[in-house]
Design a protein around this ligand. Structure first.
Ligand SMILES: C[S@@+](CC[C@H](N)C(=O)[O-])C[C@H]1O[C@@H](n2cnc3c(N)ncnc32)[C@H](O)[C@@H]1O
Length: 337
């Protein structure tokens, strides 16, 4: 954190679609005593917006990155006990709320992916623009690193990660070069990986489509942090955390993330009754109502202010009744909304 002061970090990151998030959450957060979970606290930009816009609301901010929590905690200190920061992975939302003695919440906000703080902290290895150790863990205290993935996965698995999570056309070629290079010595630096990727991509394609290592870095980051597996568990757990009338707003930046969001929200907004039943039993009625039509994207004005909004897909839904028992997975310790 020594490279940055707080003011710098707070202004460096403009929260994506902040006003739209506030508008979507407003009906759910209208009552006194409302609680919102910001599952991706980051530098606290969205949370600060919520705390300012809704002076009676309390926010529980979750992040798996201890640095982000420390920074956001300092930024949000003026709000006193209206803000509580918790170090956790966001699929632990149920346990986090249990630990705070909170039954259900009126809002959940998820702004997925990495923060500009993480990209800017050169030593963490998220950025292809700076040579650094191959790490890429959002929580640097545990779990596998990018070096473990590039040196430990077999060629096929490596190619699959690059192709699926990075949508990298040259995944097989890059994986082959990585395997050849590591036979001589394990890869340890992001710079070595960038050079290998660059050399694996045909010269003609190198000129188009942004930095040649962008997709490889994205793919490794998703794999290192288990981002899709965690999100797949976190979405239903977040819906379960919502009280009736509560709303969930999710901003995704990757098509696979957005697909999971779309699927979870659509499942809740669809009747689970068999199609041949003449009358829909109450127990099979939808428990969510979609409050965005499809995925919303950033408009020109937002894009001009905030380049990070480029690939955002925002979806939101409101809980309209408890999840029927036959659709509830095991939720240790949690009661129905
Ligand atoms: C895009 S940033 C959020 C920025 C924030 N909305 C703001 O306005 O400052 C995403 C944050 O979510 C955190 N994060 C990503 N995946 C997570 C997970 N599975 N559990 C908890 N935090 C996660 C990252 O560490 C990062 O700080």
């Amino acid at each position: 954190m020594d490279q940055h002061d707080l003011g710098d970090a707070a202004t460096r990151h403009t929260p994506v679609l902040l006003q739209r998030c506030l508008d979507l959450l407003a009906p759910a957060l209208a009552a006194d005593g409302s609680v919102m979970v910001d599952s991706t606290l980051g530098m606290g930009g969205h949370t600060e917006g919520v705390l300012r816009a809704f002076p009676h609301v309390r926010v529980v901010g979750i992040d798996r990155d201890p640095q982000a929590l420390a920074l956001a905690g300092r930024r949000l200190a003026p709000f006193g006990d209206r803000f509580t920061g918790v170090h956790a992975v966001y699929d632990e939302i149920g346990e986090v709320l249990d630990g705070l003695g909170i039954d259900h919440v009126q809002g959940v906000l998820m702004d997925l992916g990495v923060s500009s703080l993480q990209l800017d902290e050169r030593e963490r290895g998220f950025s292809y623009a700076h040579d650094a150790p191959l790490d890429m863990r959002m929580d640097a205290s545990r779990g596998q690193t990018a070096a473990d993935v590039v040196n430990g996965y077999d060629e096929r698995d490596l190619a699959r990660v690059l192709r699926v999570y990075g949508e990298e056309r040259f995944a097989a070629r890059i994986a082959r070069s990585v395997v050849r290079a590591r036979e001589k010595a394990p890869l340890t630096r992001t710079g070595e990986l960038v050079d290998l990727v660059r050399a694996s991509i045909p010269a003609a394609t190198r000129k188009t489509g942004g930095h040649p290592a962008k997709r490889t870095f994205q793919a490794l980051r998703i794999e290192v942090n288990g981002e899709l597996e965690v999100l797949e568990r976190a979405l239903p757990a977040s819906v379960e955390a919502l009280a009736v009338g509560g709303r969930i707003v999710v901003e995704a930046y990757h098509s696979l993330e957005d697909r999971l969001v779309k699927r979870t929200l659509a499942a809740g907004a669809t009747s689970s009754a068999p199609p041949d039943l003449p009358v829909e039993p109450e127990t099979h009625a939808p428990y969510l109502r979609l409050v965005t039509r499809g995925a919303e994207e950033a408009d020109e004005a937002e894009l001009a202010r905030n380049p990070r909004a480029q690939s955002v897909r925002l979806r939101a839904a409101e809980r309209i009744r408890p999840t029927p028992d036959h659709l509830r997975g095991p939720q240790p310790g949690r009661r129905a909304a």
